[in-house]
Design a protein around this ligand. Structure first.
Ligand SMILES: *Cc1c(COP(=O)(O)O)cnc(C)c1O
Length: 403
């Protein structure tokens, strides 16, 4: 590909990645989003902000997270596999990186109240955590069905002092919680900041979340340089729900075309089963949560309820950066079923003594679908730990006693 026609993977000034992105928002939110858009880069790039951000990432979150060369996993797949240990972060996943960044941003904007939406509760817990950290009130919208399904995370949020508001409209899941959070923001535009939990939503959210998560690949470059003598791997693999851990793991390699980028989605019970979240395969262009991207929708534009055993991956859309990476061929995608992810989680646990989050297990299951060259350097983003998924894992073991 010549330089002239090479697509850019950085967001443009209007919030687009190629044809995807933008800010499709109700007029009532225009001032809020516009204020954010005009100020986010100067705030984030400010040296004092960067110092605060990195101090908290170090002293509170526990960064840098290790880059672990996994010997038995490497032997199993015939390549050099490194695990980027986001599972070792405070609160157990990468989501805290973004939550720390956005709470600092909210303070710089003079906001005194935080709202968030959550599906499985992981982003709600990260948001409630940073609100406790800085002493700001926090309201988390959560579908009534999810409140019932995710009781341990609801308890954590309450313990952290957040108010969890169950949403009873629609299908009573994530998309309804998001609608309710947006309604709240429209009613409290002055004092409230809305912390979105993935690389989705209207511009500047996808870019802002990606920048906060890009600490993942910034560390990877240094750690690979130390451990292999080269800053670049041959391949980076990450699971994609909305796409924030993948965006962070890919960011510093976007323009390095020798680095293969692999995005792994949840195929649920199978891509053609009617119960899946494989957006890159099943999705068509449309608008979801303020962003033009790929999403699973009916012919008349109604959102199709996604399904995955993994609560963090059952989002009906995909962040606009990933839609662009996939459509331009810069990233390749694999779809992994519930069963394949469960087997991969068990395999990592038995080979390396690490119990992964079910989301991260999807990325691990892709190893079985890729043909590696010996000595190829592969980094897999282990986005979270499996504590929250123990009930699911134990059910699986009970049903498969010889596994
Ligand atoms: C939420 C979550 C994900 C999916 O979110 P992304 O924004 O796509 O990264 C992946 N892994 C874990 C552990 C999560 O909690």
């Amino acid at each position: 590909m010549s330089i002239l026609t090479a697509p850019s993977f950085q967001v443009d000034t209007h919030g687009y990645y190629g044809p995807f992105g933008g800010a499709f928002i109700p007029e009532m939110l225009f001032d809020n989003i516009e204020h954010l858009r005009r100020n986010y880069l100067s705030i984030i790039d400010d040296p004092a902000f960067q110092a605060d951000f990195h101090r908290l990432l170090r002293d509170y979150v526990g960064r840098p997270t290790p880059l672990y060369p996994a010997p038995r996993l490497s032997q199993r797949y015939g390549s050099r596999i490194f695990l980027k240990r986001e599972d070792l972060n405070h609160t157990g996943a990468h989501k805290i990186n973004n939550a720390i960044g956005q709470i600092l941003l909210a303070q710089h904007l003079g906001k005194t109240r935080i709202i968030a939406e959550t599906g499985a509760g992981q982003h709600g817990v990260a948001t409630a955590t940073v609100c406790a950290l800085v002493g700001l009130p926090c309201v988390v919208y959560m579908g009534e069905l999810d409140v019932a399904r995710q009781a341990p995370n609801v308890a954590r949020m309450r313990m952290l002092g957040a108010e969890v508001r169950p949403v009873t409209s629609g299908s009573r899941t994530l998309k309804d919680a998001t609608n309710e959070a947006i309604r709240d923001w429209i009613n409290h535009p002055e004092d409230t900041h809305y912390i979105i939990g993935s690389a989705v939503g209207p511009h500047p959210y996808p870019d802002m979340v990606t920048r906060f998560q890009s600490v993942i690949s910034a560390e990877m470059r240094n750690q690979l340089q130390e451990q292999t003598g080269m800053p670049n791997p041959d391949m980076v693999i990450a699971c994609v729900g909305g796409g924030s851990n993948a965006a962070g793991a890919f960011f510093h390699y976007l323009e390095e075309t020798s680095v293969q980028l692999v995005a792994v989605e949840a195929a649920g019970l199978g891509i053609d089963s009617g119960h899946s979240a494989a957006t890159s395969v099943l999705g068509t262009e449309g608008i979801i949560h303020g962003s033009k991207t790929l999403l699973m929708q009916t012919e008349d534009g109604q959102i199709i309820e996604p399904y995955s055993l993994s609560a963090g991956l059952d989002y009906p859309g995909i962040g606009p950066l990933h839609a662009h990476l996939i459509k331009t061929g810069r990233a390749s995608t694999y779809s992994v079923t519930d069963a394949e992810a469960l087997a991969a989680a068990l395999e990592l646990t038995r080979l390396e003594g690490i119990i992964p989050a079910l989301e991260s297990a999807h990325a691990l299951a892709a190893l079985d679908k890729i043909t590696f060259q010996p000595d190829q350097v592969v980094v897999l983003c282990l986005s979270g730990r499996g504590d929250k998924d123990m009930a699911t894992y134990i059910d699986h073991l009970d049903q498969n006693p010889t596994a």
